[in-house]
Design a protein around this ligand. Sequence first.
Ligand SMILES: Nc1ncnc2c1ncn2[C@@H]1O[C@H](COP(=O)(O)OP(=O)(O)OP(=O)(O)O)[C@@H](O)[C@H]1O
Length: 271
Amino acid sequence: MSAPSHGAPAASTSPPLLAARGVNKRFGAVVAAADLDIAIATGERVSLIGSNGAGKTTFVNMITGYLKPDQGSIHFDGRDITALSPRAITGLGVARSFQIPQLCGGLSVLDNMLVANACHDGRLSFWRRAHRAEAVERAEALLERFALADQRDRRVAELPGGVRKLLDIAMALTAAPKLLLLDEPTSGVSAQEKFPMMETIMAALDNSQGGITALFVEHDMEIVERYASRVLAFAGGRVIADGPPAQALASEDVRIHVTGALAPQPVEAAC
Ligand SMILES: Nc1ncnc2c1ncn2[C@@H]1O[C@H](COP(=O)(O)OP(=O)(O)OP(=O)(O)O)[C@@H](O)[C@H]1O
């Protein structure tokens, strides 16, 4: 597998773009986040891995403000965002795309982009000629970057799953984020399509003004190896490995708790 070509980490002297400090979260008896101390630098491509229930989504939901930590703090771009609303956090530059794209199937690709843009910039007057022209120009530039320009006038409900996923991510970028959180960007996409799709996504992030730092939840280890500059592996709400993909995926804890490469083998009954 080739070495990751995207998103070299920033110099270690620069302050982190995102920092979780002493973060804990429980749901009743379930520990979903335990003493998380995580700093992410501008430009990193961080993959969150872990088996079901490991705490990946809880971490993402605390960054976006949908969940509040029981203890600890989260800082983004130099500000304490722990108590902020999801909307305020989005306004500071954190965007998100979902495993199941959040789209209006009855509208065209372009109109979905315009609605997303209007939601982010708060100008619901986007149908006024001046605003609309400006918003259409921005939307078209983004569609171009995602190789979706020729789909502009198609109804979203008619599009294949992979194209819908790309559109969802393009819509997230209408907010001009500094940090993009992706939930399994290639899930449900065929093996042949997943690498070209990731190439498109990563190139779009690299080519955005100022570059976009990315954090992606991923179960596909081929994608992790090829596109992450760093892996954070979770189990039981804790980080069990943190490092470059080759190093993190080789760790014994990851091979036991995440990839199953060292899972205990069933003992054959003695007869
Ligand atoms: N709102 C909630 N109420 C109760 N328990 C929750 C809630 N959200 C998450 N949990 C529990 O917290 C733990 C961590 O869940 P989380 O969704 O963060 O894991 P995950 O690693 O994202 O898993 P998956 O890959 O299945 O999405 C799980 O045991 C889950 O059942």
